[in-house]
Ligand binder design. Structure first.
Ligand code: ZN
Length: 202
């Protein structure tokens, strides 16, 4: 019988930490750990400093939920077209839509999607602040820009219900986005077409 030989504890520990990253299995984590062992001390210090800083130096815009460093939120300025508000799942998605150059309106980060399987709903305070912002900034149209997945669909339906008492068109970005796909894997051109081809939810 073959016995499994473990690496020295600090290496195993590093592998375990790296495995927590998305789509990193044991083999990939092992490869990353050994490549880190070869790094110079200065490079390793820079990496650990970047990791330490990531939570400390980032904060989120209280209005839209975008990630900020020290600056004021550029997605909430007066120069943005407040007639249109795009609801996204995560703060990262904002950058995806900005890259298309197609959208000049406001954003609203939900924080998380509704997951019927995990019995998870978007944070209620984000839904409340969405309603407040629609009123305050006189938004004329809401665009729901979630992944074309089961969770994305469930979330879109949930928000539509939450906004039922507010009289404004709610459209969904889904055209051109293949069913079951994550927004992350969609190129800018497809996303831009999805914006112009959005359809109002009936
Ligand atoms: Zn903002």
């Amino acid at each position: 019988m073959m016995t499994f030989m473990e690496y020295p504890q600090p290496i195993e520990h590093l592998i375990e930490q790296l495995r927590k990253l998305p789509s990193i299995g044991y083999k990939s984590a092992e490869r990353l750990a050994f490549s880190l062992i070869d790094w110079e001390g200065k490079e390793l210090n820079d990496l650990s400093e970047a990791l330490n800083n990531i939570k400390r130096s980032l904060h989120f815009c209280e209005e839209c939920g975008a990630m900020l460093h020290q600056e004021n939120c550029r997605f909430c300025t007066e120069s943005r077209d407040s007639s249109c508000l795009c609801v996204v799942a995560g703060a990262k998605d904002i950058y995806l839509f900005e890259q298309t150059g197609e959208f000049k309106g406001l954003y609203h980060v939900l924080g998380s999607l509704l997951s019927p399987l995990a019995q998870k709903t978007p944070p209620q305070e984000r839904i409340d602040s969405l309603k407040e912002r629609i009123e305050k900034r006189e938004v004329k149209e809401v665009i729901l820009a979630m992944d074309a997945t089961l969770e994305g669909d469930a979330t879109a339906l949930y928000i539509k219900k939450e906004l039922a008492l507010i009289d404004l068109p709610i459209s969904r970005l889904a055209l051109g986005i293949p069913m079951g796909s994550s927004l992350d894997y969609i190129d800018g051109g497809t996303l831009a077409r999805a914006f112009s081809g959005r359809r109002v939810l009936g």
